[in-house]
Write a protein that binds this ligand. Structure first.
Ligand code: SF4
Length: 428
């Protein structure tokens, strides 16, 4: 038989072994009241188990191994953390186990107590030939409620991990949520390609400087384009010449240092996504929306949240330009629906969740999840694969959860820790 300790954990945790006439390997009667709490950190595998051996009821830890000799191999004999193990659960009992005081450690052998059917299903799931994910033949058969509960759980896991970065940045910003939101939002405006220079630009230009000029789009653009390193040239058009002049004054006034302009990428991008256009949109948003994070917190309706980013009025110059000094056909340069969705998904929903988690306010966590339910699901090769397996993916709630599932469970074959895998393997 080919299986892992994970499978043994799964069998023990869900009591999927023959429990009739249970006995220790020394022939004492055994009854399991509780298998204990699965411990994925250091120390015994299951904590606070409750069992009866003979006439005595014990409460303590259970340790699991494929062979009883693994106890010695894993160095548990000299480790005090294993002193209160009340039961050693093994697939095969290949050698007796003694405590330091010479007493035998009670052992349960499961070799003849696991059904071949369960083993075959497990083997087929983990070791069978697959093209996309291990459970590809069965995932579409899992009932909607199980799927929904599991997707919710892993979506929360994903957001919890991502919010650690938010809180780390919040700490660097001394608890200033507005500044932190502004920096993340800027990175989001750079989308994948220009996220780094956008973030560096925002970090080089604190909000309190922008706030001093918040009613003047021209000065805000001068600060933003200047700090982005785009105003360090000689221009022909009047507009960038004015920005440059304004920036030179503000740069001295606030003792600013711009970032390196070579960090920005234009190559293989649609002109609509050029960083110059994104910076102009970002500048307009700064002017239009004071204390944006407070507004996000106050704005309950999804449509109203969307409106915070829709219809940003950028400077007319950009209607006929994608770059300074290069005229083009007039085209509107509003943020498109897909861009607003990306901002709502990557920044707004993440911040609602992080804020709720940090302040332990479920209300904001729920709003974050509700927002994700109202954003269309992303389209990428992973979603195409899941759709081909028969899953319906309509919202970002689903697509984000499935991304987490694929990247952190399926790819590592963590099927025995996955709600879908547990359901598929569970005996009918
Ligand atoms: S981790 Fe879950 S969803 Fe992924 S292949 Fe395994 S059982 Fe299926």
């Amino acid at each position: 038989m080919l299986f892992t300790e994970d499978f043994l954990h799964y069998v023990w945790k869900f009591r999927l072994f023959d429990r009739i006439n249970l006995q220790t390997t020394q022939g004492e009667e055994l009854e399991i009241y509780s298998t204990g709490l699965h411990n994925t950190h250091a120390g015994p595998d299951f904590q606070n188990a409750r069992i009866r051996i003979g006439e005595t009821t014990w409460a303590g830890n259970a340790e699991l191994h494929l062979s009883s000799s693994d106890w010695q191999r894993h160095g548990h004999t000299a480790d005090n953390a294993y002193d209160n193990v009340i039961l050693h659960v093994v697939y095969r009992d290949d050698e007796p186990l003694f405590r330091t005081d010479g007493r035998r450690v009670p052992t349960l052998e499961l070799k003849d107590r696991i059904s071949p059917d369960l083993y075959n299903r497990y083997h087929n799931l983990i070791f069978g030939a697959k093209t996309i994910i291990p459970c590809e033949a069965s995932i579409a058969t899992v009932d909607g409620l199980t799927m929904q509960n599991w997707l919710t759980r892993i979506l929360v896991e994903r957001l919890e991990k991502k919010s650690e970065t938010v809180i780390a940045t919040l700490n660097l910003n001394r608890g200033d949520w507005e500044e932190t939101f502004y920096q993340f939002l800027a990175a989001n405006f750079g989308f994948k390609t220009n996220a780094l220079p956008f973030e560096l630009m925002a970090k080089s230009l604190p909000q309190n400087i922008l706030a001093k000029h918040k009613n003047n789009l021209m000065q805000i653009e001068a600060l933003i384009f200047g700090q982005a390193g785009f105003l360090d040239e000689d221009f022909t058009d009047e507009y960038p010449r004015s920005l440059k002049k304004e920036y030179e004054f503000l740069k001295k006034k606030f003792n600013l240092t711009p970032i390196e302009s070579h960090l920005w990428k234009f190559l293989r991008m649609r002109p609509q996504n050029f960083p110059t256009i994104r910076l102009a949109q970002f500048a307009a948003l700064v002017v239009q929306s004071n204390h944006l994070f407070s507004k996000v917190l106050e704005t309950k309706e999804v449509k109203a949240l969307r409106d915070l980013f829709n219809n940003i009025q950028i400077n007319n110059y950009w209607e006929t330009h994608y770059r300074f000094d290069k005229e083009s056909k007039p085209v509107g340069k509003h943020l498109g629906v897909a861009s607003v969705d990306t901002i709502l998904l990557n920044t707004v929903a993440l911040f609602l969740f992080s804020y709720g988690k940090h302040l332990q306010q479920q209300y904001f966590i729920s709003r974050s999840l509700k927002l994700l339910e109202n954003i269309p699901g992303e389209q990428n090769s992973i979603m195409t694969d899941f759709a081909n397996l028969g899953l319906e993916i309509n919202t970002a709630f689903e697509s984000q959860a499935l991304l987490e599932l694929k990247n952190n469970y399926c790819d590592y074959k963590k099927c025995l820790q996955c709600g879908v895998g547990i359901k598929i393997l569970k005996p009918a």
